[in-house]
Design a protein around this ligand. Structure first.
Ligand code: AMP
Ligand code: MN
Ligand code: MN
Ligand code: MN
Length: 288
């Protein structure tokens, strides 16, 4: 008998980074939507892991520790999801703290750029939306510009103000690919390339990304995720096979008001792929 694929959602955010819900509320929403294996993956942070895990287990929902690390690779920001690591690992915690450092200075520079474009006071404005003062992000600026009527929605803010070449964009140096993968792996977890269709790499750059990722010990790739179309998923299913990577699935949910993909609602992984959770059996926290 063939068993149904489990409803795993291994990518989402809370107020500990740039989501709008508390970790407990994200857990409740995942559970209500039928998620059977969950990971909260706040950007560059593990500060919400204990709350997320406790809430998940109280709901009877198996849990994997998670994070999403910002990496600079080939002049592009790449996100690496870590799953199933020990959140108390000292090197991982130090690495994440170093990666978070500089966000405040970057945000002040972003606000300068926006002020020159005629939009004043965005640093203090964005700060009102921040749950974790170490994690001020472009998302918080976007929310402020929507709520003050400068733009219609957050995508509009990014397009007009927050991407390369626009007045609020400030290039930033994040973690190296090698460090991010090593921190996750040495803490007992698996590293996964997040939403690869978003990077707009040339084929050569993309090949280099996956080759170096593998060489550093990277293990997986997100195939089914909120920002992937069906054809993106089909394409990165082939990448998973070509590079012998486990496949992951996660909504990248941030907010009930902004995220187009809700927790637990994605299509299943293509059956020909090895799910990353099959390699993380011993790392899953189970209720009871
Ligand atoms: P940061 O880490 O400060 O560079 O912010 C990156 C975050 O901005 C991502 O994790 C997304 O949550 C959000 N983001 C990036 N691009 C867009 C976009 N085009 N529309 C809406 N949100 C976006
Ligand atoms: Mn985000
Ligand atoms: Mn991301
Ligand atoms: Mn994300």
């Amino acid at each position: 008998m063939k068993t149904a694929p489990i409803n795993a959602d291994l990518h989402c955010h809370s107020v500990v980074s740039d989501g709008t819900l508390e970790p407990e509320a994200v857990a409740a929403r995942a559970h209500a939507n039928g998620v059977e294996l969950w990971a909260l993956t706040d950007h560059d942070e593990v500060g919400g892991q204990q709350r997320a895990r406790t809430a998940a287990l109280a709901l009877g929902m198996p849990y994997l520790n998670g994070t999403e690390i910002s990496v600079s690779f080939a002049d592009t920001t790449v996100h690496i999801v870590g799953l199933g690591f020990d959140p108390d690992d000292a090197a991982l915690k130090a690495g994440l703290a170093a990666t978070r450092g500089g966000r405040r200075e970057r945000a002040l520079e972003m606000a300068d750029g926006l002020a020159k474009a005629g939009i004043p006071d965005t640093f203090d404005g964005a700060l009102q939306y921040v749950g974790n003062p170490e994690l001020i992000s472009r998302t918080h600026f976007a929310r402020f510009l929507v709520d003050t009527g400068v733009c219609d929605d957050t995508h509009d803010v990014f397009r007009r103000f927050l991407v390369e070449g626009k007045p609020g964009f400030v290039p930033h140096r994040w973690a190296t690919l090698r460090n991010a993968v090593t921190w996750i792996t040495e803490a007992g977890g698996l590293a996964v390339v997040a939403h690869p269709a978003r990077y707009r790499f040339t084929p050569t750059e993309e090949y280099a990304l996956f080759t170096e990722f593998k060489a550093h010990g990277g293990a997986g790739v997100e195939v089914v995720t909120g920002s992937h179309s069906a054809s993106d998923a089909a394409r990165y299913a082939e990448t998973a096979l070509e590079f012998d990577l486990f496949a992951s699935r996660g909504s990248d949910f941030h907010s009930p008001d902004e995220s187009h993909t809700d927790l637990g609602t994605l299509p299943p992984l293509p059956a020909k792929l090895k799910p990353v959770w099959a390699a993380l059996e011993t790392r899953v926290h189970r209720p009871g």
